[in-house]
Design a binder for this molecule. Structure first.
Ligand SMILES: Nc1ncnc2c1ncn2[C@@H]1O[C@H](COP(=O)(O)OP(=O)(O)O)[C@@H](O)[C@H]1O
Ligand SMILES: [Mg+2]
Length: 532
């Protein structure tokens, strides 16, 4: 037995040693091959990287729109051989992003409609398809462009990847700058809006709106003039502030009844001053002291920071309670003041307005319909320096808004004479003004419109406007409600003046009825509260 063992032992050892050697060999060979592969891949990547520079642009960021706008003007982009055909995204946020291959129905095939309501226009765009690479020449460089789509937690997004063979990123910088310049040239008549994103604590571009001329806002000229001069004066006096060690900030509070033109005035000021608007909604979900401070600290110099409905932030829980006056109670104030930064508090808001991290050079505009709900701490200089009260329509305003609505013969846009449908467009929310009506719209208006407003002489309009103004009770109806009435009667200037007294009466009755109903609800609630 022992003999057998001594005979087999070395044999078994040899076998084991052999297989071990083989395994080792395999490991070494495999390892070498893998290392060689990795080295070659990284060498190739390094090689490619040293020649190709890649920039990524994501939708949601304004640079993406600059580039898309620029691309849409490149003939090579339109000549792409793989298409995505779409009727969406042709006109993103007001700026055309058509490509050279876009399809529009030929004019002679357009059906004529009797009532000239304008056809529903759907332009079909040929966009180069996603995930294929397109090449475009730009200043002697070959750009490789890939458009891709994806899905992020906040919705669909698309991105653009641009690669270029270059030593440094000068060419990409030049491309972005050129795209920006072109975009801005085309967007000259627009105001850019950015919204606060509380989830990612950043600003999201929300589109570009048509500018609204100051003349379309019917306010005492002195008020408009005062705010405009004050803003201009502020923007010019950076050095003055620096010399005196005063933080370079200015705040305006526009308060008063709803529908009196607060928001509209801010939009038209932004247009007049060529500034972008950054909007924060204090009552939005996820808004906290920390978020607000970060957001407010990261607005660029020279912009309008807009806090809409300033009172809403602190009366969130109370506003649902209709019986409440909305005045913050001691309890709510204490609770908010002792906040740890995860909710919005008054001290957090004050800090973000004039704390050390607050941005400089911005114009702050805050609006509120309930001035009585605001804390007096907000009115300290450097926070909200200028207060402007907006009231219900005066007779003078009623007259002014009538004249804006029905311009006399001489003041009509040239293309739309003698009868037009565009001139009845109200100085509306969307900011589309008769003065700035795009050429295309004017042409449409110039086309035979059979139900257009009669074009009246200046004297008649003045006389009608005067009568309209006289029929409106002073400081009782909002400008917005007058605008609503004029909108309903946009083709009947004469009748609308005749019927205005009756309309005022019904408005009053409706208001009375609503008031009574509210009162009843309040009574029922209080008695229920007593019972329980
Ligand atoms: N003073 C005004 N001049 C011109 N239009 C006005 C004026 N006030 C209100 N409007 C119109 O009423 C609507 C609501 O106005 P808005 O500015 O949103 O009011 P607010 O912000 O004060 O509630 C807008 O369509 C605007 O054109
Ligand atoms: Mg408003």
């Amino acid at each position: 037995m022992n003999t057998l063992k001594s005979f087999i032992g070395p044999l078994a050892e040899t076998v084991n040693a052999g297989s071990l050697q083989d395994t080792m060999k395999l490991v070494v060979i495999g390892g070498t091959m893998e290392t060689a592969r990795r080295l070659s891949v990284s060498a190739w990547n390094g090689f490619v990287d040293s020649f190709f520079l890649t920039a990524t642009f994501n939708s949601g960021d304004i640079t993406f729109d600059w580039i898309m706008h620029w691309l849409s003007k490149q003939p090579a982009w339109g000549r792409s051989r793989e298409f995505e055909i779409t009727t969406r995204s042709v006109k993103r946020n007001g700026l055309e992003q058509a490509t050279t291959g876009d399809v529009e129905e030929p004019e002679d095939e357009v059906e004529e409609y009797d009532d000239d309501i304008g056809r529903r226009k759907r332009k079909i765009a040929f966009l180069p398809s996603c995930d294929t690479t397109h090449t475009i020449y730009f200043r002697g460089h070959l750009l490789r462009i890939t458009r891709s789509k994806g899905f992020q937690d906040y919705g669909h997004y698309s991105s653009l990847k641009i690669s270029v063979v270059a030593r440094n990123n000068d060419i990409l910088k030049r491309l972005v700058l050129e795209a920006k310049r072109e975009y801005e040239k085309d967007a000259e008549h627009r105001v850019h809006i950015f919204m606060a994103d509380t989830t990612y604590t950043c600003w999201r571009w929300n589109g570009a709106r048509q500018k609204r001329p100051m003349s379309s806002i019917v306010l005492e000229p002195a008020v408009k003039e005062m705010i405009l001069t004050d803003c201009k004066d502020f923007l010019r006096s950076e050095e003055w502030y620096a010399e005196r060690g005063i933080p370079f900030r200015r705040g305006y509070l526009l308060y008063g009844v709803p529908g009196s033109g607060k928001t509209s005035l801010i939009h038209s000021l932004a247009g007049e001053l060529n500034l972008d608007i950054y909007v924060v909604s204090l009552s939005s979900k996820g808004m906290s002291d920390n978020t607000l401070t970060t957001l407010m600290g990261s607005v660029p110099q020279r912009c309008i920071l807009l806090l809409e409905d300033l009172d809403a932030a602190f009366t969130r829980s109370l506003t649902r309670d209709e019986t409440s006056t909305g005045t913050p109670t001691v309890a709510t104030k204490q609770a908010s003041d002792s906040s740890d930064g995860s909710t919005l508090s008054l001290s957090g808001l004050l800090n973000s307005l004039d704390g050390v991290t607050a941005a400089e050079g911005r114009l702050l505009f805050a609006t509120t319909n309930h001035i009585e709900r605001l804390d007096s701490a907000l009115s300290r200089p450097g926070r909200l320096d200028v207060w402007v009260n907006f009231k219900n329509a005066t007779r003078w305003q009623a007259e002014g808004i009538f004249k804006n609505f029905f311009p006399s013969k001489g003041k009509m846009p040239a293309a739309s004479e003698p009868t037009t449908s565009i001139l009845q467009a109200p100085p509306d929310e969307k900011g589309k003004q008769k003065e700035s009506a795009p050429a295309a719209m004017k042409t449409v208006a110039a086309a035979k419109s059979k139900h257009a407003v009669p074009s009246l002489e200046e004297e008649e309009i003045a006389e009608l406007a005067k009568r309209f103004g006289e029929a409106i009770p002073e400081d009782e109806l909002s400008v917005a409600s007058l605008q609503g009435y004029l909108l309903k009667n946009k083709t009947r200037p004469r009748e609308c003046v005749e019927e205005v007294a009756a309309w005022v009466q019904t408005e009053r009755e409706t208001r009375e009825k609503l008031k009574k109903e509210k009162e009843q609800v309040r009574l029922v609630r209080t008695s229920l509260a007593h019972l329980s």
